[in-house]
Structure formats: C-alpha cells, structure tokens
Design a protein around this ligand. Structure first.
Ligand SMILES: Nc1ncnc2c1ncn2[C@@H]1O[C@H](COP(=O)(O)OP(=O)(O)O)[C@@H](O)[C@H]1O
Ligand SMILES: [Mg+2]
Length: 396
C-alpha cells in the first residue's frame, strides 16, 4: 500500500510517475530509515527530511536526464544511494538500458546499494571504491568484428542461394561501404530517412553488385536520430514496425535479414534488438571480453522482459583469434566452458585479408576466397545454416 502522505510529502505529483514507481520509492525510503538504525547509512538530519526533501531533490535530476537523453549516470560517493537509486527507480520503465554506476568506498553503504538494486531489479553497477582508484572507465564494444561478420555471413549465405537483406544501423556506415555502396552525407536513401518518418523502406532498399544481396545503407546523419526522437514513446519500435509493414506490403521474401549494430549500447541497438528474433554475438578473443559479454547478456534479458520476448541468442562467434597469443586460447576455453554449445565451432582467426577487403568494397569471400579468413567465414556460413535444418527424427 502506498501511504498517500508519501506522494504529497515528497511532492512527486508533478513528475508524472506511476503508482508502481511511487511504491518502490516509498519502500526504498522506509528500508533506508529502518536499516539506518542498525548501520550508519545517513545522518539524523537526512533521515528527518528524507521524504520531504531528499527524494524530491534526487528526482529533480530526471528532467535533465530526459532532455539530454542520457543513458549512463555515475553517482560518485553515493552514500546510501541518493540520488542514484531514486533515479534508477524512476528510469527503470522509461528506458530499460538506463544505468547508474555507483562508487562508494564504505562496505555497508555499497552493500546497501547492491541490496536495493537487487530488490528493485535496477540496472546498476556498484563499485566499492573511490572513483580515483578506477583506471578503466571505458564501456564501448567497438572493433570486435560485428561488421566483418555481417558482411561475410551475408555474402556466404547469398552465395548459397539464400536471399539476404543487410540493414546498416551504424552511423559510421561500414557495412554500407564494405558491400560496395556509398555512405556519403548527401544521400537520403538511407535507414535514417525511414526512422525519422520521411521515407518507407521500399523507397530506400538497394541492390548490391552481389546476387541475392540487398542493402539498406546508412550514413552519419543516423547519429542525430537519438536526440531527434526523444519525445516519441514508441521510438524503440520504429524499425520493427517499418520492417514489418515493408515485408507485408512488398511481398519481399528474404531468407535472412541482418542488422549491423553500432559500437555502443544506444537507441539504435535497442531498435535492432526489438526488431530481431535472434542475435549473433562476435566475441574478440584478444582480451578479456567476457565481462562485457556478461553485461550484454543482462541487457538482452532486460530487452526480453520489457520489449521483445522473442529475442534469443543464436550463437557466439569467436573472432580475431591469434594462436600465438596465450590469451586467445584462454578466452576460448572460458567462453566454451561458460556458454557451452552457444559458442560456434568455427573460430575466425586474425587475418590481414579480412582487414583489407572493406576498402575494396567487397566481402573477403570474394576479395580472396582461399585465405584463412574466407575459409573460416565459409565454415561459419555452413554452421549458421545447419542451425536451421530440421532435426532428424530418431523414430521410424
Ligand atoms: N579476424 C580479423 N582479422 C583481422 N582484422 C579484422 C578481423 N575482423 C575484423 N577485422 C578488422 O578490424 C576492424 C574492426 O572490425 P569490424 O568488423 O569493423 O568491427 P565492429 O563492427 O565490431 O566495430 C576492421 O578494420 C576490420 O577490417
Ligand atoms: Mg561495425
């Protein structure tokens, strides 16, 4: 039950929050007060004014976050979680990817933050340390072989007679140029024109010089989409909806549609995950990428729970394998041990031909079909196709 005084006292009426959210805020506030009796979380004066001032003060920052469309906040010297926990509760249903990172040196306080995160299923990361002790603050996942994999899997399948559509959803437009089309700024025949409502997919889909392989291009304008669609509450579904009506109306019959995602977790990535039914995750074997992968798994769970229950992981592809590097072997062992048969048997080696091909605008499978990189992507194509073969029945 929500104490009606809570809404009044905290003056949250103006913020347009759901009862469920208010309920969670109240539970957080009462946990804070009751736990403060056992462990020293907040000062006596904070305790007195927690419902009348502190919750509201914390909630005020949400305006700024919405306006700037911020996806990650770091709460430094977090104490008992004001404002970070309040923010995470408020943002939970607005944006499932919104994340708060806490740095709190005290054992009791950081534990309390972890406990609250668990209790309210918040997307948080809690570090029991001072921010100045942190050396590695970078969270991007670029350069792992996503685009290379999209291009060459698409090429491999099209050579096997499958009809393929590639959607470039990265403002850098590397899949576009890697498949021989242009990503110059002046084109409006791109995915951006569809996502901003100016065009329909049927007007922008292009053929490539490769049989059975169509492409929806991208260019740098796509990076503006996130800010431009801030007010649209269904924006995560735009790609899914547009793609759905294109496939319905045009009668286009693709065997597979691949969406090449941008490097960081952004609105574009959410759009891709919402529109997809399966995910192929390239995992670079040259450094400890497993932690990033665990993070990605959590994100996928959140998308599944909130936006797309159909989403599944089709497989994990080990990339940039270097057999002279001990770490490659270790990452492979750990990945297979942990993710079992979700990891494809094929391993893509580090191979210079793979990095040369894009500047020629062709997949490596065409640029140099017998190099090691091509062999691995041909194998991967077969493994990928086999996943869709009906399992033979053992019964006669
Ligand atoms: N197995 C590989 N061996 C060597 N270079 C590779 C390999 N896979 C990708 N590259 C190169 O590494 C860079 C990053 O790869 P890319 O596929 O663009 O990654 P992402 O799309 O994840 O950012 C590109 O220059 C690409 O040509
Ligand atoms: Mg890329």
């Amino acid at each position: 039950m929500i104490d009606s005084h809570f809404i009044k006292n905290t003056k949250l009426e103006g913020l347009n929050v759901s009862r469920e959210t208010l309920n969670e805020l109240e539970k957080y506030s009462s946990s804070l007060i009751s736990r403060n009796k056992e462990i020293n979380l907040i000062s006596a004066s904070t305790e007195r004014s927690i419902n009348t001032r502190h919750i509201k003060d914390s909630a005020q920052t949400i305006d700024f976050i919405n306006k700037k469309d911020i996806k990650t906040c770091t709460d430094l010297g977090s104490g008992a979680g004001l404002p970070g926990i309040v923010l995470a509760i408020l943002m939970k249903h607005k944006n499932p990817l919104f994340k708060v990172i806490f740095y709190e040196k005290s054992f009791h306080k950081s534990n309390f933050i972890k406990e609250m995160s668990k209790k309210f299923k918040l997307n948080t990361e809690v570090h029991q340390k001072n921010i100045f002790e942190e050396k590695n603050l970078n969270t991007d996942v670029g350069g792992v072989g996503k685009t290379t994999t999209v291009i060459n899997l698409a090429a491999g399948l099209s050579m096997r007679g499958k009809k393929i559509l590639v959607i470039d959803l990265d403002p850098q437009g590397n899949a576009t140029t890697g498949l021989g089309l242009s990503n110059t700024e002046n084109s409006d025949q791109t995915i951006y024109s569809v996502l901003n409502g100016n065009k329909k997919i049927s007007q922008i889909v292009q053929t490539t010089k490769f049989d059975n392989l169509d492409l929806i291009t991208s260019n740098v304008h796509l990076s503006g989409l996130e800010v431009e669609t801030v007010g649209d509450s269904r924006r995560a579904f735009i790609l899914k909806d547009e793609l759905g009506s294109y496939l319905n109306d045009s009668g286009a019959s693709y065997n597979y549609i691949f969406i090449d995602c941008p490097p960081s977790l952004s609105l574009l990535t959410i759009m891709a995950l919402v529109a997809s039914d399966a995910l192929v995750v390239p995992l670079q074997t040259e450094f400890f990428a497993l932690e990033g992968l665990t993070q990605l798994m959590k994100t996928i769970e959140r998308i599944k729970n909130n936006l797309n229950p159909e989403l599944s992981i089709r497989g994990i592809l080990l990339t940039m394998y270097d057999k002279r590097n001990k770490l490659s072997g270790e990452v492979e062992r750990e990945a297979r041990n942990y993710f079992k048969d979700k990891v494809y048997q094929t391993v893509v080696p580090r191979n210079v031909r793979l990095s040369e091909a894009p500047s020629h605008g062709v997949p490596v499978l065409i640029y140099d079909k017998s190099c090691l990189g091509s062999k691995s992507y041909f194998n991967f194509t077969d493994e990928f196709l086999n996943q869709d073969k009906p399992v033979e029945s053992a019964a006669w």
